[in-house]
Design a protein around this ligand. Structure first.
Ligand code: ACO
Length: 377
């Protein structure tokens, strides 16, 4: 029988698989996607190139990229029946719940849902990566009583998302900032949502069910939901002058400071320096330096008091705020990017599968005497 010595709460440090998709090196605060440093990818590659890298295992050449982006561009539309369904979701629905339900419904329309072969799964992934931003934007516009915008197949993923959301041709600065965040959010080894996707795939359930598991897992504030909570916290603080006292008081009250801490990174999240720099540059260009200033103070207090560094959700929160993205969409945007990593892991799981079935320590009663129904108090 398993004993307490073999138990690691939260599965900390437990090796749950072998993967060639990405590696997190906490000692060097480094993240690689299929061997490439994420810093270099964020600086020199687009989100589309990164998606291709994650799904196909190599960077595309010009022809491959053009075919790939052409396919994604033409797959952005969603079936009319599904659009009607999204319109009928209650206005009070959380955007992550709307996304989860719509992805689940997409599985109903795909005749190849039960085909788990490599090629069929790659194709499903490419189609879903194309459609998720359309779902998020449509669901948002229905709730705001606005007409849904038709996707433009010629636009990049970042450009298209901003266009679908606002109906306007987006500013190149916003497109570039969003694209960098999509590159950084695309993949992160065996995090909770990816693990959930792999557990579902390991039962040889279908691709859509695996993604639905991942979306539900990402929603939580301890995972993807933290980017929304981080900016809400900064809005509550209000100004850099109040940041130190606010953070100290929150810590004294044992409040969780959202966007700080990480299960794997203890010295610093590899993605933060890129987003932090972007946040500073955007703040200067948009004349909103207060967010980066406030962030620096909170980071300094958190390191001094708790030795906790920020995670990527912290700078993403204020970068998205400066881009005027609606706060309830921050976690869905994270999902729109991470679907690339989830898909790469689902493909890998199908290819080297063994059902995930851990064990547990039982701490309930034993040898209880059965009392017939009529004799129970
Ligand atoms: N604010 C205040 N204290 C914190 C925070 C935080 N953000 N994070 C950890 N701590 C404290 C814990 O309370 C604990 O203190 P204790 O030893 O006195 O009990 C100590 O630091 C160690 O933290 P753990 O809970 O062991 O860290 P764990 O690995 O279990 O959890 C997690 C990691 C969930 C990310 C946690 O740091 C947290 O809740 N952070 C806030 C939510 C967040 O930002 N999530 C995003 C994660 S990254 C991502 O998903 C993209």
């Amino acid at each position: 029988m398993p004993d307490e010595k073999s138990y690691s709460p939260g599965l900390e440090g437990v090796v749950a698989g072998i993967s060639s998709v990405s590696e997190v090196d906490p000692e060097k605060s480094m993240l690689i996607y299929r061997g490439y440093d994420v810093h270099e990818l964020a600086e020199r590659a687009t989100y589309e190139e990164v998606v291709y890298l994650l799904l196909m295992g190599k960077l595309p050449n010009r022809k491959e990229l053009s075919e790939f982006t052409g396919f994604i561009g033409h797959e952005r539309h969603i079936p009319g029946d599904l659009m009607d369904m999204i319109q009928a979701y209650p206005d009070t629905a959380h955007p992550m719940d709307a996304l989860r339900s719509a992805v689940s419904a997409l599985g109903l329309y795909d005749k190849t849902t039960s085909d788990l072969s490599h090629n069929a799964t790659v194709e499903k992934a490419m189609k879903l990566i194309a459609k998720i931003p359309t779902i998020i934007a449509a669901s948002h516009r229905f709730r705001a009583d606005l007409d849904v915008v038709d996707p433009d197949p010629r636009m990049t993923c970042a450009e298209s998302f901003l266009h679908l959301l606002t109906g306007k041709k987006p500013d190149p600065l916003a497109v570039r900032a969003l694209d960098v965040s999509l590159v950084l959010y695309a993949e992160h080894s065996f995090n909770a949502s990816t693990f959930a996707a792999r557990v579902t795939a390991s039962t040889l359930s279908d691709y859509y069910s695996s993604i639905v598991s991942a979306i539900g897992t990402l929603k939580g504030p301890l995972h993807g939901g933290a980017n929304e909570e981080a900016i809400k916290m900064m809005l509550e603080i209000g100004s850099p002058a109040k940041a130190e006292a606010w953070t100290l008081e929150a810590l004294a009250k044992k409040r969780l400071i959202m966007g700080f801490g990480h299960r794997v990174y203890k010295k610093g999240d590899s993605r933060v320096p890129i987003m932090r720099k972007l946040g500073q540059e955007l703040g200067e260009k948009l004349n909103q330096p207060q967010w980066h200033q406030m962030a620096q103070i909170i980071e300094e207090v958190m390191w001094r008091e708790k030795k906790l560094p920020p995670n990527v959700d912290f700078p993403c929160g204020y970068v998205y705020y400066m881009l005027k993205l609606p706060i309830p969409l921050y976690t869905p945007i994270f999902a729109a990017s991470r679907v690339a990593g989830w898909s790469a892991h689902i493909i890998e799981q199908y290819e080297h599968n063994r059902i995930m079935r851990p064990t547990n320590i039982y701490n309930g009663p034993k040898e209880v005497t059965f009392t017939p129904l009529e004799q129970r108090p």
